[in-house]
Design a protein. Sequence first.
Length: 171
Amino acid sequence: MENQNIEKPRKTYWKFVLGFLGVILAVFVLVVGGYSVWQKIDMWRGQKAVQKFAEALKKAEQDDYQKAMADTYGGKTPQETLQMYIDAVEKGDYELASKYFIGDKQEEELRSSYKMSKSEIERYISVLKNAITKFDFDGKYDIDKKYFSLYKPILIREKIYPNGIWKIIEI
């Protein structure tokens, strides 16, 4: 009889140990599985955010392209655009003059034009007229001929819009 009593606690002990290990294993599987699922959900959210950003960027790019195609203020060459700008400033038509700048610079240019005194405008125009004479000698196109830069006697940067019109980036 004594043998039977000893075997029962051993069986109970091993059942308890196996049950405990089973619970530990189940918890481990749940934790690892939950973490894995959480990681996949987080990765999916990240991919969705990147896709959403790419779509917004593409839409903004398309909007900019449409605006650029509709913008007809400017010349067929950088020199022509600068001359048109000078003519508008000389006439005091700062609204028109600002339209020869790229879209996001137009408002800034318009505000700064109204702040200049008559003598400052005369000096400014004189420097710009001098710059036009330097375009052929000192002006440089980038390798794709999409940008034009002149560094002397004043910095002038222009870019060509998709419709073939040159716009001033900065003076």
